[in-house]
Design a binder for this molecule. Sequence first.
Ligand code: ASP
Length: 337
Amino acid sequence: MKKILLIATGGTIASGNTDAGLTPTVSGEELLRAVPGLKNICEPHAIQVLNLDSTDMTPADWLVISGAIERYYDQYDGFVVAHGTDTMAYTAAALSYLVRRSPKPIVLTGAQKPIHSENTDSQVNLLDAFAYACSPGSCGVVIVFNGSVILGTRARKVRSKSFSAFSSINYPELASVREGRVLRYIYLNYQKPPVFSHRLNDSVGLVKLIPGMGPEVLSYMLRRKDALVVESFGVGGVPSEGSRFFDAIRRGVKAGKTVVMTTQVPNEGSDLTVYRVGHRLKTDLPVLEAYDMTTEAVVAKLMWILGQTRDHGEVSRLFYGSISHDMLYTEELPHEG
Ligand code: ASP
């Protein structure tokens, strides 16, 4: 039987009721005990590395999780990370960069209802996550939730209450899990040992444009952060406004800051050169573009890249190098798969 390690971090799945609302109280061992069927499919063990509402999770906590995976990597056949749903997509993206090309599956899951509440989705999500972790051919970082298997770089929380909380953005789901059976649509093939990274630079900001806003927020963020992600409209661009947005971004990149343009539209990504409002950013400035990447993946990838280098050429090379299928648009560039 495969040995699978549950890495418990908190979240609704591990929460109990208090006067002030739900908060994580249930341990990893208790989660395993609450799903006795797990013993029929594998030899499960649990460790508790954090016990947080994922709203409180930081990039330092992502390193704690990847550190636990690295420490126990040789002793287990796969890993299930029990995690709050609110920032699970960010953690899944971060783990995709911190543990690259893992031949052993790293499966994040959680729930919209606590494990000990009635009509919870916790049990089925844990069972599905372990079933996927045990299934031959599973590898890399994924989220298993409500029967869907979503690549770690492609997940987004799209519903705040329903069980179908996650979608795969601009990429098909890898598989489904139905009553413990894995129906695989896409095969990943990682054979060599994984590549672990140990550094993140969390000086990354995100600004979402709204109609009528001025460029001051951009300037403010660019003074304080090493990188700024700008979620603009449609396929991308910034308000013309007598060039004030363009100038704010130009000053930022001149000061050595990394700027990534992306879109607040949920699907299909950016294409900056289509309209005049975006064209000049791309042709006249060394601004990067997210294309079909999720914002969660852009943020995590920038933290991972800036943990290694601030050299613009190197930042750009790493950003456009596809990792775990986080970006499709630049398939002609070298990528790790
Ligand atoms: N606030 C919770 C969390 O992210 C929500 C959940 O787990 O569903 O930790």
